[in-house]
Design a protein around this ligand. Sequence first.
Ligand SMILES: NC(=O)c1ccc[n+]([C@@H]2O[C@H](COP(=O)([O-])OP(=O)(O)OC[C@H]3O[C@@H](n4cnc5c(N)ncnc54)[C@H](O)[C@@H]3O)[C@@H](O)[C@H]2O)c1
Length: 332
Amino acid sequence: MKLLVTGGLGFIGSNFIRYMIKTYKNDEIVNVDSLAIGSNPANITDLRESKHYLFVKGDIRDEVLMNNLVKDVDAIINIAAETHVDRSITDPKLFLENNTLGTQTILEAIRYSNINARLLQVSTDEVYGDIIKGSFKETDLLKPSSPYAASKASSDLTALAYYRTFGLNVVITRCTNNFGPYQFPEKLIPKTIVRAAMNLSIPIYGTGKNVRDWIFVLDHCKALEAVLKRGKSGEIYNISSGNELTNVELVSRILKIMDRPQNLIKYVEDRPGHDLRYSLDSSKIRKELNWNPENAFDSALDETIKWYKENEKWWKPLATEEILNPTPWKSK
Ligand SMILES: NC(=O)c1ccc[n+]([C@@H]2O[C@H](COP(=O)([O-])OP(=O)(O)OC[C@H]3O[C@@H](n4cnc5c(N)ncnc54)[C@H](O)[C@@H]3O)[C@@H](O)[C@H]2O)c1
């Protein structure tokens, strides 16, 4: 198989490509990435020599480039996106243009250059908005709270419209919060680890009672593999592990593992529109595609912290004041 992965220099993209190259020795993978914030060429240094891997610097909004790249592949896994909710509050237009129009450009390229190619659109639990009790199913209403979530929801709906109107082979995944190696330090878990390692205070938004369901990135990658190979066209698959924690519980646990004092926690002003709880019902992918998460939360968190400790060289250049900003949505 020949696959086109978009956004493969980011956190999930680089983990996905590494997993697929190791698992499918004869597959070819082309990675197109625009080197936006969140990307890091150091995420895939180990793959550069592989004969089955090719990197192309480019933007998914570039029609000519996307037509060329899509032409001869079996599937496209659209992972590329502007991904930080906090930054979407300071620059909503960038998120809508990049994520929604980027996805639409890929859909057009498939429509004109390779109508049989499959598109796996990688989306997020944030498209449903928050839920106080219970868990969202794939059929639930979309009610995004942030410009980031709105840009992802619009991308999903556009992909479904191309499935219905033009007969494109589209599948969509919606996953909960990921963690693991190579995650950019603007996100909660790496930011906490890096700030704790630097002996800086750990900012917690509002009351710290916001709940997220955490999944180890490799489990997400294997779910993407399952949907890519066995997912039914036109369908949506929720992906979750069932590791719900409040932000303050999570940060407190990381500090404990790192042997840092709990008084590093510093409550800061809450982010506007901050969703209280995310929760997904992932019984569909478990039953229909026989996917189940394999990594227990505690050991995966230990492994992640160990990875950051052993890879200071990777995160040190990224640990700038701007990236580690305690309230990024306020800076413009
Ligand atoms: N991280 C999570 O917890 C999580 C959870 C569910 C879904 N997702 C989705 O997974 C995807 C990847 O998330 P991530 O955390 O790895 O993000 P990331 O920010 O680490 O990586 C995103 C990558 O996309 C690239 N990119 C952005 N815009 C581009 C464009 N126009 N053209 C080409 N490349 C572009 C960036 O350069 C970067 O390498 C996103 O679509 C996100 O919505 C993430």
